[in-house]
Design a binder for this molecule. Structure first.
Ligand SMILES: C[S@@+](CC[C@H](N)C(=O)[O-])C[C@H]1O[C@@H](n2cnc3c(N)ncnc32)[C@H](O)[C@@H]1O
Length: 314
């Protein structure tokens, strides 16, 4: 089998299985099976594929046709221009989550805090948290953009944190990220480096808690009873702890916002991704608490309210 024939056959199989973006999926899987890039592949259409690579490709096409997402088959996904390892233990980072990065960096930028690309200016030291880090895409991208930030990344899932740790190492920011397995922010009190590091006992008082400049989260926000409406790729393959936020999908926001309020410093920023129909409810939580100001919602490219940002006043 040569490259042209493999592409043709792969595309036909994925089209027949009604796989969305079947052309792109076939290309990515053949590139992965061959260990080659797109330019090489299209400049060698008549190159014959060795039997081992051909076997690998056939198996990958069969798994994709059966519903496995391409990213779990190739083990990678790009986020914020950085390549992340992904496994079935973590949510595949979505393009819309990059709005969290844009909003967070824009809010810091308004205060003159410089990001990676700006050279020459003095760098602020910042304390940042990413709640429900999954692959670590937000924690790593923020650490990468904010070279003087110390980042705390939490997740309830130990296997997800392992993937996040590897992604931090891959992008050389592991020395500035503390990974904590806990429910939302509950382990942060015990992780105050000023009091002896990540394994310290739970802080005795509120004064002992670290104070954060920025907190971000893309929490699980899909309602349990909406599972049937999800694409099979998502429902059958992505971790349920990353998808479902409870019976209505909005359960996690109240606890998350309460905990963030206690840990942010004066003018500390909270940036949250919103579920499809959760904007009104989440906005209501902020409106009911006197400590929040500058509450604003950003739409995604499809016009859906996607990210809410607010600042905490003390
Ligand atoms: C929607 S995923 C987001 C992953 C990643 N931040 C991203 O944007 O791609 C939500 C993450 O929150 C984690 N999670 C779920 N419940 C949690 C809880 N109670 N406390 C901490 N993390 C939780 C899941 O394991 C999952 O990794």
């Amino acid at each position: 089998m040569d490259i042209r024939a493999a592409l043709k056959e792969g595309m036909a199989q994925l089209r027949a299985a009604q796989v969305p973006s079947h052309t792109l999926a076939t290309e990515l899987l053949l590139m992965h099976a061959l260990g080659r890039d797109r330019a090489w592949m299209y400049s060698h259409p008549e190159e014959s594929i060795d039997p081992t690579a051909a076997e690998r490709f056939v198996a990958l096409i069969a798994r994709r046709a059966a519903g496995e997402p391409v990213q779990y088959l190739t083990g990678k996904q790009e986020f914020w221009g950085l390549e992340f390892e992904v496994t079935p233990d973590v949510l595949i980072p979505r393009p819309e989550t990059e709005h969290i990065m844009e909003v967070a960096l824009a809010r810091l930028g308004e205060r003159g805090i410089k990001i990676h690309m700006d050279t020459g200016a003095p760098r602020e030291s910042l304390r940042v948290a990413d709640v429900g880090t999954g692959s670590g895409c937000l924690a790593v991208a923020l650490a990468w953009e904010l070279p003087h930030a110390e980042v705390f990344a939490t997740d309830i899932s130990a296997p997800a944190l392992e993937v996040a740790r590897r992604n931090a190492a891959r992008h050389k920011v592991a020395d500035r990220i503390h990974f904590l397995q806990c429910d939302l922010l509950t382990a942060i009190e015990s992780a105050n480096p000023a009091r002896g590091g990540a394994r310290h006992a739970v802080a005795a008082s509120t004064q002992d808690r670290p104070q954060f400049d920025l907190m971000v989260s893309n929490p699980p926000y899909i309602a349990r009873n909406k599972a049937g409406q999800l694409q099979r790729e998502v429902r059958d393959h992505e971790p349920h702890a990353a998808l479902f936020g409870g019976p209505t999908g909005i359960e996690m926001y109240q606890r998350l916002i309460d905990q963030a309020r206690d840990l942010l410093r004066d003018r500390g920023i909270l940036v949250l991704e919103l579920g499809h129909d959760s904007a009104e409810h989440v906005r209501g939580i902020f409106d009911a608490q006197a400590e929040w100001t500058k509450v604003a919602i950003t739409m995604d490219l499809a016009g859906i309210p996607r990210v809410l940002a607010a600042e905490c006043v003390r």
